[in-house]
Design a protein around this ligand. Structure first.
Ligand code: SF4
Length: 326
């Protein structure tokens, strides 16, 4: 007997897998990458959790499908920010269901706990997710199973319902006790969670789509740096520190031109290719302003193949009016 678990790397989904593995069932921990994970890599963490409970980790990239089908047209709307959690979960379970036959799995599990999250884990929301994903009673939620109707794996006796839990609400006491009892280590997730639940990031994303069509390759650049919108409409990103600079360089696509200070040190920037000359000149001046520069001197700034000679502003104040309001 084999089950596919929707796996986020969090404590609840790890414990849910453990409850099922302890019943002699193989579990594949499926992590679906929608592209909006935090900037910290969580792969090592997910592997560590799976190793500790004996699940097999598989990560699938669904960024394209998520942008095309879910993010901008969710049937059940958004949470507090641009997070369409009900549709997102429904989509994930539908994908998992479609993989069941190929992967030889008989049912699905998740770490969802009734009433734990305001939007996606209310009891009605769990039912919506089940309906959206058309998983019917193939979807077992081991952490809250005893307060939910028995699913097929329980009715058929593949899983002993008595050994599952009936947790509800936000209190994590039972989970922490269970983690301690099984000796689970390092289970706190590193870094933040899904960026779509982050107010600043959601505002940046909303602003972006007023000017441009969001493609998967645009997501990387949205995660780093200061974001400015210039008078003729070009998007400018300026690194705030070394990590930003490295990540901006790594995230550059043909849609953007790299900005470099040629005769002093300072941030790396990126500007939308096709920006007007006047936006490029301003971008060069603003990038120089954030570099190691003096206002009375002029500096050469490369934007793609073009070189601009600019004098920086005497303070960072003038940049503020271009900041995207996050
Ligand atoms: S928090 Fe993000 S990844 Fe999780 S269900 Fe909501 S939108 Fe999807």
């Amino acid at each position: 007997m084999k089950a596919i678990a929707l796996f986020s790397g969090g404590l609840d989904s790890t414990l849910a897998m453990k409850l099922i593995i302890d019943q002699g069932i193989d579990v594949i921990a499926l992590n679906l990458d929608i592209g909006f994970g935090s900037t910290k890599s969580r792969k090592a963490h997910m592997q560590n959790m799976c190793d500790q409970v004996g699940a097999e980790l598989r990560i699938l990239d669904i960024k394209d499908q998520y942008l095309k089908d879910i993010l901008f047209d969710p049937k059940y709307g958004y949470g507090k920010n641009l997070n369409p959690c009900i549709d997102c979960h429904g989509n994930m379970f539908r994908i998992a269901r479609d993989l069941m036959e190929e992967w030889g799995a008989s049912f699905l599990i998740s770490g969802e706990v009734v009433g734990q999250r305001p939007m996606s884990q209310r009891r009605e929301a769990l039912d919506l997710v089940t309906n959206l994903s058309e998983t019917q009673d193939l979807l077992l939620r081991p952490m809250s199973a005893k307060v939910l109707p028995p699913t097929l794996p329980e009715r058929e006796g593949w899983v002993d319902r008595e050994k599952l839990l009936g947790i509800t609400g936000r209190n994590r006491e039972t989970q922490l006790k269970m983690a301690e009892a099984i000796g689970l280590k390092d289970f706190e997730k590193p870094g933040g969670g899904c960026l779509l639940t982050d107010e600043n990031f959601s505002n940046k994303l909303r602003e972006f789509i007023k000017y441009d069509t969001l493609e998967v390759s645009d997501i990387g650049l949205l995660k780093y740096g200061r974001h400015l919108r210039l008078p003729d409409g070009a998007k400018l990103v300026i690194g705030r520190h070394k990590e930003d600079n490295e990540m901006i360089e790594a995230a550059l696509t043909p849609k953007y031109l790299k900005i470099r200070l040629l005769d002093t040190t300072g941030p790396v920037g990126a500007i939308r290719a096709g920006a007007t000359k006047s936006d490029k000149e301003l971008a060069a001046k603003l990038t120089a302003t954030y570099g190691k520069s003096r206002p009375e001197e002029s500096y050469k700034v490369a934007i793609g193949d073009e070189i601009f000679t600019v004098t920086p502003y005497d303070s960072k104040e003038p940049a503020k009016k271009y900041f995207i309001n996050t």
